[in-house]
Ligand binder design. Structure first.
Ligand SMILES: Cc1cc2nc3c(=O)[nH]c(=O)nc-3n(C[C@H](O)[C@H](O)[C@H](O)COP(=O)(O)OP(=O)(O)OC[C@H]3O[C@@H](n4cnc5c(N)ncnc54)[C@H](O)[C@@H]3O)c2cc1C
Length: 434
């Protein structure tokens, strides 16, 4: 049996940063186990291949983007804040750039460069990297942990850091293995659900008779005629009101995208955590989209009347049907590509009622796209069962957690990778220190 000081399971953002942290100023022998042929598969697809690796906000502005209990992350954040992340990558040869909203990207805008830099740093730390090796079990035997690999070999170590990620994009290797071990060690897993994911309006997809899971609508289901008519539209500067069981639960101003999944985009993602959680709990979610938030209903009505009169009196309209004229009217109030989908979503071609519909375009939300295409997993190892100062389990000495496996998840904007880097660094440093 192989022997080492620290075993890290998972070669994602958290695991690789843990290796770098454990090697800092210590002579610990470290083995990193990754079941995929290469480390950092999820980082490769992050930020649409550009990898938004951190966000330069200070703690007071950063923490509102972390859920459900940001306080847990505070020590880890201060120990390895975004500035240190940038410094870490710079020291290892990767320049970064800061974009709108304090989001940080590699200057090359290539996520592969982020992975290569992390791998370089891990190798520099002297860590032995075992790729293509799946950890299948961990047991504590006296003072030591025994991690058994799919190859049948085992590694004995004084410390184990579990950094196996969550459940999102399982093709990257994140299949929730760590939750099973955490439970075996006595931890209670806080119910997981997909976050930063598409919300699917009723009638948007062609659903099989039985869809698995409460509200889970697989991304691969094909689009209905409604879905096809809306897909590809990007709406800028709208106001989205979310109601849950009839009560207003969120109001967000910004952009949404209609995609092959459903409603996404910055504002769609922002409310997705709340919405998926509500759907999973059996609540009814509704979206009300105000396409003209800058104009009051009264003023909008007047504008519509004026436009309608102009269209009706235009000589070219003489031979046009009411429906054709109504379409022309819609084209003056929204992108033409949206008009078909708008007409399909209930309501007759009523010029009088159009202002109200533009101010409150209603969608019942039938479900959400699941782990197959969500950005992050909410839920996981409860943070009150882990020391925020060290990332060590409060139940099992020598056992540490880092990254998305923990019950913390962030908004889009570099918050998730920074959380993985901060908790990974802290877990690595703490495991090496003890
Ligand atoms: C499409 C997409 C885009 C994203 N974009 C961004 C972004 O731009 N910015 C941002 O901040 N966040 C982004 N995220 C989220 C972010 O990538 C993750 O939160 C973060 O990578 C989690 O890191 P982790 O190390 O905790 O877990 P993971 O990256 O999931 O790594 C876990 C690793 O453990 C390995 N593993 C699992 N089980 C075993 C086992 N039994 N044995 C051995 N190895 C195992 C897996 O193969 C995997 O490599 C994105 C996520 C997705 C899906």
């Amino acid at each position: 049996m192989k022997e080492t000081d620290i075993v890290i399971i998972g070669g994602g953002a958290a695991g690789m940063m843990a290796a770098a942290g454990a090697a800092e100023g210590s002579r610990s022998r470290i083995i990193l186990i990754e079941k995929m042929p290469r480390t950092g598969r999820k980082i490769i697809i992050s930020g649409k291949g550009r990898c938004n690796l951190t966000n330069l906000k200070d703690w007071n502005s950063f923490s509102p983007h972390i859920h459900p209990k940001a306080g847990f992350l505070k020590s880890a954040f201060y120990g390895f804040p975004p500035e240190k992340t940038i410094e870490f990558f710079m020291d290892n040869g990767l320049r970064t750039v800061v974009e709108r909203g304090d989001r940080v990207f590699p200057a090359s805008y290539s996520s592969a460069d982020v992975v290569d830099t992390l791998v370089k740093a891990v190798r520099k730390s002297g860590t032995e990297i075992l790729t293509g090796q799946e950890a299948v079990s961990i047991e504590k035997k006296g003072e030591y942990f025994e991690t058994v690999l799919s190859s049948g070999s085992a590694v004995r170590s004084g410390k184990v850091i579990i950094a196996t990620g969550g459940l999102s994009y399982p093709a990257t290797g994140s299949t929730g293995d760590g939750y099973v071990w955490a439970e075996k060690f006595g931890h209670s897993i806080r119910r997981c659900f997909p976050s930063l994911t598409a919300l699917v309006p009723a009638g948007y997809k062609v659903l099989p008779d039985k869809t698995p899971g409460k509200g889970h609508i697989d991304r691969k289901y094909s689009l209905s005629e409604l879905g096809k008519s809306l897909e590809g539209n990007q709406l800028k500067n709208i106001l989205l009101t979310v109601t849950i069981d009839g009560d207003t639960a969120a109001e967000e101003f910004g952009d949404i995208d209609f995609t092959d999944g459903g409603i996404e985009g910055p504002v769609g993602f922002k409310v997705s955590r709340k919405c998926v959680n509500a759907i999973v709990n059996g609540s009814k979610v509704k979206f009300l989209i105000d396409l003209k938030p800058a104009v009051e209903t009264g003023a909008l009505k007047k504008r519509i009347e004026t436009l309608w009169n102009e269209i009706s009196q235009d000589g070219r309209s003489r031979r046009k049907s009411f429906g054709e004229k109504f379409r022309i009217l819609l084209g003056k109030l929204m992108p033409m590509s949206l008009a078909d989908g708008f007409m399909r979503t209930g309501g007759s071609m009523d010029v009088q009622r159009l202002a109200a519909r533009l101010k409150s375009w209603e969608f019942d939300i039938a479900g959400y796209v699941g782990y197959e295409r969500c950005v992050v997993t909410a839920g996981g190892v409860p943070t009150d069962e882990v020391s925020p100062k060290t990332m060590e389990s409060k139940l099992v000495k020598g056992l540490y957690f880092a990254g998305e496996i923990l019950d913390i998840d962030g908004d889009t904007g570099g918050y998730n990778l920074q959380s993985a880097f901060s908790t990974g660094m802290l877990a690595g440093r703490s495991a090496a220190m003890k």
